[in-house]
Design a protein around this ligand. Sequence first.
Ligand SMILES: Cc1cc2nc3c(=O)[nH]c(=O)nc-3n(C[C@H](O)[C@H](O)[C@H](O)COP(=O)(O)O)c2cc1C
Length: 399
Amino acid sequence: MTIYTNIEDLRVEASKRVPKPFFEYVENGSYDELTLRANRRDLDAIRFRQRVMLNVSERKHGGTMLGKPVTIPLALAPTGLCGSMCANGEIKAARAAQRFGVPFCLSTMSLDSIEDVAGAVDQPFWFQLYLMKDRKISESLINRAKAAGCSALVLTMDLHVEGQRNRDVKNGLGIPPKLTPANIWSIVSHPGWALPMLRASEWTFGNLKDEVKNSGDLGELAEWVKSQFDPTFDWHTIDWVRQRWGGKLIIKGVLDPDDAKLAIKAGADAVLVSNHGGRQLDGAASTASQLPAIRDAIGKDDVELWADSGIRSGQDVLKFLSMGATACMIGRAYLYGLGAAGEDGVIKALELIRDEMDVTMALTGLTDASKVPPSLILGAPRRSAEEPAATAYITQLDG
Ligand SMILES: Cc1cc2nc3c(=O)[nH]c(=O)nc-3n(C[C@H](O)[C@H](O)[C@H](O)COP(=O)(O)O)c2cc1C
């Protein structure tokens, strides 16, 4: 049995099991991958305060997201072509999220459709919307998400146009992948991936195939999708979405304090600080470097503030929480689990993150992951008088 000690072990296993064009599609950042690297570099540079001589025997890892309890304060981020990691990947990831007790968000660009996933899980999941120029299609997607009982809509704001991922261009990655000799070899040399894939319920963009004319031709469908990302989409457009959706709304892709304020003004229930995992604006700041200023700008509002991009461990989650996030999202970390071992691999990724959180909490004197103080990390301002008593050193030393 393969032993997985961290997300990197899952990544290595996925790289062996998944054909190169699909594995690199996940790994890629846009252009020179400056932002992709900055996400990791800036998280790595943060140091915890080590605290000792405290009783940390009781540790709570849970929290809430949009008012619902979660096993750890983390959701599975929307990822297009998630189902290319293994057959029916979206269904497997949704089931794993449900088993573990965290939310799953389905991408507009998934292989399994909203209805496929709804039929495979008993609890509501979230749906991510890319607003299309053809508003009838966006409206239909919103209605389908409502009919399927989705409990939140994630509106992605950082893809007015698509950043180029150079490795995808070289690999001929598209739907379907270009049948170059290298790609054919890559697929046939991974029978453990390819054979179940032949039996998968979808091998196209499941949410779009019935919305678009000529969708039988996958090449045309892919071209259509590219032409449909809407660069006119401004913050007033959020109103258009809110009127049709009516439920919880998460604004994804905010990286600037002014945009965070606009998102709140536009009625977001949660704001997700994200640079799309370094896949869009290359040269953008890391989320770790922007989060504190965004937290300051929105103050102690009722709005939930979440962060993603670069998370590969429980330590990373705690760093974001300490800098003011109320919860996080992961993309690649769970896709590696999915590529390595399907549904159980996603569970493994979540367990690893939870266990790393647990040990890090004990060694930093933290007893409640839903109340992480800024003082968990070095260089942060000391806690203010009104900060909740969340750490053992606060309750035991000050109490
Ligand atoms: C393979 C892949 C596909 C993605 N597809 C989407 C998508 O369809 N919609 C979206 O809003 N974000 C998408 N994202 C961005 C993720 O939702 C998330 O912001 C990002 O993965 C976080 O960074 P991380 O991968 O380092 O955790 C994608 C990310 C990856 C890695």
